[in-house]
Design a protein around this ligand. Sequence first.
Ligand code: HAM
Length: 402
Amino acid sequence: MDKFQSVRGFHDLMGDELRRFRYVSELIREKLLLYNFEEIVLPVVEYLEVFQRSIGETTDIVQKEMFAFQDRKGRWLALRPEGTAGAVRAYIQHSLYALKPYMKLFYEGPMFRYERPQAGRYRQFHQIGAEVFGSKDPLTDAELISLVYEILSELGIPVVIEINSIGCKICRPAYRSVLLEYLSHVERNLCEVCIDRKDRNPLRVLDCKVPACKEAVKEAPKMVDYLCEECREHYTRLKEYLSALSIPYRENPYLVRGLDYYTKTVFEAVSEELGITVIAGGRYDYLVEELGGPPTPAVGFAVGLERLSMLVKEVPAQEPLYFVIPFGPVEDFALWVAKRLRAEGKRVELSYRKGSLKKQLELANRLGVRYAVIVGEEEKAGSFYTLKDMETGEQVRVEITF
Ligand code: HAM
């Protein structure tokens, strides 16, 4: 290796990309606080079993995409591929259910999946996730989808919000059998992966991106036609609330998601421009109990921050930059002026280079400076500085008041 490179799928976030990333994450954090979500900082590593038990043994994430490893004592750990499992583990571990009738948590940080890297798909990526524990009311699902819609509208990102209901323990088994029956008739047209997974996880076949599979499932039975009374009522009310809030959505009866914990509502915000999902979530009413907590319905979503920032066209301009140029042996005064301007809330850089005023102003241009603040011996003696607007060339004397 001539020079070290970052590991494939692990990228440095910087410059414009990072500015967009921060703008997006700050906007979302502010929104979440307005909705009274409380932040939780979760560890990056959990016991492997936490993910196996929640995301599901037969999912791609658990089977193929985990960064799993043994620690020095031989315990199996994994870098988190997502945040819901850890949030649920924390919710149970700290008995958060005993604190409030419902709990709204959000988290932000890196996630890790061993996927094939491509545009918008990394092995280390970042999510902000929000989870509501303790409410089974579709009002909660509607409010979360509304929050997702608000985020996307404020960022000016055109997306389609797709929704579906994938039922519950009562209605899904019957649907599963009908679907399996259907798949057995079209099996010869399915891709190898789908043939392999159809018996273990038939719903995933509906989500396969291979054109032949898409074609084969076109006439497949739909979960929404097999929902039990409770799930149907839940789904109907969700749609009513979304319409009442004028949130445009599209029903996608084949939306199933790649994680096994979901029940009832699932949703995704898809950018039609890039054909990628930027925000995704759903309800998971059994997961808390399955991981050892009391029966607690829950619903949440996660934002893919890299993907969302990719779609942001413009971020608000930065504050204008002031550049303090010491001209002559007046560094102490220049340091003091820079400090003072910063105390006024200005973005200030102090020149670390020596040289003629011409050279310094050239440097200012290269740094994208808006205002050069020239301080020489005369300025120091008279307690003022010379402010030069680099765009108009205009120059004024600014008295320093004490
Ligand atoms: P997910 O659909 O696996 O759901 O991921 C959520 C979002 O993370 C995706 O829509 C996408 O924007 C982003 N994402 C996923 N994988 C990658 C990747 N390799 N590179 C870049 N971005 C990626 C979850 O993770 C669930 N925990 C969401 C949830 C929360 N459901 C309920 N609560």
